[in-house]
Design a protein around this ligand. Structure first.
Ligand code: KIV
Length: 281
């Protein structure tokens, strides 16, 4: 990251040049922070794109914030393909990344390759994301990258492993786990990943990893020292309010806004003040 006195000006929203894995690398090199958010449908994808968001992730968080599930582990590949195809159809500039859901890439590299291929071919996303950084995951990343599909890694709190962790608390607070995350980040870079999400790890560790890597590290709950930031759109819009971790800055209270609008509508229908003559044919 560039020191604060030497920061580049904010990205120009009128710059509609396509974001690619290469342009993300150049953004890191010149110290321009990368903005990323999640989307699950055409309308949201198109709005994020108009706003100048650099990376749009069709996250498996769809399971929680759209499908109402307790965790991300239940979402299927077919459901991810559906949401990813809606988003990519609405986006022109941002790089669109599709999450590979739990058990679509862990069995073996052949199956992972087939499923990554389906994600790109059937939904139109430009890259895939998968969680973890052990030897077999890195081999899988290598195979997927080899055929020409860019891969984003994801370390730290990896929600697909929630049943192993047992909690969504901050990860890598022990020296041993911090060392492992650093090692996994380097291994993912060596395997050909174009970027890595660092979720809910101490800010100092995330800063150190970001500085050590050539590829961008995009943080969520990982402090300001990362090369970019990502949030779940439904969290930052105040649409999903079941949890409010401290790293979620609420930019709107859309849940409350929508509730108010729905209540006003119900009231208007009940009192026959909707529709009026002007709203009729
Ligand atoms: O699924 C998702 O939304 C994610 C982000 C939290 C990075 O993986």
């Amino acid at each position: 990251m560039a020191p604060s006195h030497n920061r580049p000006p904010p990205a120009d929203p009128a710059d509609r040049r396509k974001v690619t894995t290469k342009s993300l690398l150049r953004m890191k090199e010149r110290g321009e922070p990368i903005s990323a958010l999640t989307a699950y449908d055409h309308t949201m994808g198109a709005l994020l794109d108009r706003a100048g968001v650099d990376v749009i992730l069709v996250g498996d968080s769809v399971a929680m914030v759209v499908q109402g599930r307790e965790t991300t582990v239940t979402v299927t590949l077919d459901q991810m393909l559906y949401h990813a195809s809606l988003v990519s159809a609405g986006v022109e500039r941002a790089l669109v990344v599709g999450d590979l859901p739990f058990m679509s890439y862990q069995v073996n590299a052949d199956e992972a390759l087939r499923n990554a291929g389906r994600m790109v071919k059937e939904s139109g996303v430009e890259a895939v994301k998968l969680e973890g950084g052990g030897a077999s995951i890195c081999e899988t990343v290598r195979r997927i990258v080899e055929v020409g599909i860019p891969v984003m890694g994801h370390l730290g709190l990896t929600p697909q492993s929630i049943h192993k962790f047992g909690t969504y608390q901050v990860r890598a607070t022990s020296a041993e786990e911090a060392e492992q995350v650093k090692k996994d980040a380097r291994a993912l870079q060596d395997a050909g990943a174009f970027a890595i999400v660092l979720e809910k790890i101490p800010a100092n560790l995330a800063r150190e990893i970001s500085a050590a890597l050539k590829i961008p590290a995009i943080g969520i709950g990982a402090g300001p020292g990362c090369d970019g930031q990502i949030l779940v759109s439904h969290d930052m819009l105040g649409l999903y309010t079941r949890f409010h971790p401290r790293f979620v800055r609420r930019y709107a209270q859309l849940g409350e806004e929508m509730l108010g609008a729905f209540r006003r509508y119900v009231g208007d229908v009940k009192t026959r003040s909707f529709p009026t003559q002007e709203e009729s044919y």
